[in-house]
Design a protein around this ligand. Structure first.
Ligand code: GUN
Ligand code: ZN
Length: 440
């Protein structure tokens, strides 16, 4: 087994930065090295201090080496739904998303799109995603098969939906339970795969199906739970009609034991004070999906309010309601959403959020989201001068925080020079592959 040593400017977070001058919240090594063996980080330090004699060297100077980005909420079957115009959430689901998701009854279609999804994530520097599949168990098989073939750390789950959806997209409480259970037994903890029990949202699950989700989580408490919460006004009103006994939207999930530290609630925009308190008490995660919230006109996430209340938070693309695979683009739109609320997302906090912060939200910080020795070697190489406009702007940049803000505001897949997946260079393979194809 050959060791690999990456050379570059190493940046990895240690805790949530209190502001751009919080030097204690990250480790930055100007001429740094990361030594990788067997897919794991074995050592990190100054170039002169890390063993290189027996290793292959990849010299990425002057670029930054960071932990691979983590996307905590995405829908892989919506790759061909992105850029569907003129609708808000419920119409968008009915007119664009549900028809598209029927195609995933076919394993071959799911496998092809899962491949394209992982290509895009890799091209954009994202090494872990938490993804919704569709109602079809084969859509999850395709997702996990393709992730395993690429050795990616991926979290996914078959969607549960037994009402308010086309016939071809409906399961039943029992089939949802049986199919999810079989998938959990096959995939949860197999290689780098982890499973998320996935009731789509309150509108598409009957109380009987919510009970099945509860039973699945009770039997498999180390699985994740992913769903949507309080995204849009019409959705909230319909949820209240469907669950009249619930105090509010979150209470629908709480009644079935579905709020907890492994629970990821997409959007979580229009929450009452009671809901915020209950999110904090249960350790639930409120997932910010800025490009989606803007595109679907859903609303402005209250990051500061949630933080003050002690609610755990994550950030995500929500592709294909979200409009970009890039966590850099996501941070940029997140910054703008928070500006509209008179809140701030400084660049240190943004990069923390997309790496260690999201890993902490997933309780996976011992494996991903850092460049600490012992972590899995999922690493992104970022070029802050990737375009002429970025290079020009960089001429006047003096601090690391300013440089990160250039990446966050102007960067995209062109800034991602390489993406290492468990120590293997994965992006050049994909982009090289594209070039070979276009020459034919
Ligand atoms: N709520 C229920 N399903 C979805 C979905 O696919 N995307 C978004 N953005 N919200 C949802
Ligand atoms: Zn979503």
């Amino acid at each position: 087994m050959t060791a690999l040593v990456l050379r570059g400017r190493v940046l990895s977070f240690l805790s949530e930065p209190a502001g751009v001058t919080d030097r204690g919240s990250y480790r930055y090594i100007e001429d740094g090295a990361v030594r990788i063996e067997g897919g794991l980080i074995k050592a990190v330090g100054d170039w002169g201090d890390v063993e290189t004699a027996d290793a292959e060297i990849a010299d990425h100077r002057p670029h930054l080496l960071l932990p691979g980005f983590i996307d905590t909420h995405a829908h892989y079957p919506q790759m061909q739904v992105i850029a569907s115009w003129g609708a808000k959430l419920l119409d968008w689901l009915e007119n664009y998303t549900f028809p598209e998701e029927t195609k995933f009854a076919d394993y071959a279609h799911g496998r092809r799109i899962a491949g394209r999804f992982f290509d895009e994530l890799t091209r954009h520097g994202t090494t872990t995603a938490v993804a919704y599949c569709t109602v079809h168990p084969d859509s999850a098989e395709a997702f996990f098969d393709e992730a395993a073939a690429r050795n990616l750390r991926m979290i996914g789950g078959k969607v549960l939906m037994d009402r308010n959806a086309p016939e071809a997209l409906r399961d039943t409480p029992q089939s949802a339970y049986d199919d999810s259970k079989a998938l959990i037994e096959k995939w949860h903890g197999a290689g780098r795969a982890l499973y998320a029990v996935t009731p789509r949202f309150a509108i598409t699950s009957t109380p009987a199906q919510m009970e099945m989700a509860e039973a699945l989580m009770a039997a498999h408490p180390d699985c994740y739970l992913q769903t949507h919460l309080s995204e849009n006004d019409a959705e909230i009103a319909l949820t209240a009609r469907l669950y009249p006994e619930a105090r509010d939207y979150l209470d629908v999930y709480e009644r079935y034991g579905l709020a907890g530290p492994r629970s990821l609630f997409g959007h979580a925009i229009h929450l009452s004070d009671r809901e915020r308190g209950a999110m904090a008490e249960t350790g639930s995660v409120a997932v910010f999906c800025p490009t989606s919230n803007l595109f679907l006109g859903s609303g402005l996430y209250d990051e500061a309010g949630l933080r003050e209340r002690g609610v755990r938070r994550a950030i995500a693309t929500d592709v294909g309601g979200g409009t970009n695979y890039s966590m850099l683009r996501t941070m940029d739109e997140g910054y703008k959403v928070l500006q509209l609320r008179n809140q701030n997302l400084d660049p240190l906090r943004a990069f923390y959020w997309s790496t260690l912060g999201n890993a902490e939200a997933l309780q996976l910080a011992d494996r991903i989201g850092t460049l600490d020795a012992g972590s899995e070697a999922d690493i992104v190489v970022l070029n802050c001068r990737a375009t002429p406009a970025m290079a020009l702007r960089m001429d006047t940049v003096e601090t690391l925080a300013e440089e990160l803000f250039v990446l966050q505001t102007l960067g995209d897949d062109r800034s991602v020079m390489e993406t290492y997946v468990a120590g293997d260079a994965a992006k050049t393979g994909i982009d090289g592959g594209d070039k070979r194809q276009s020459r034919r």
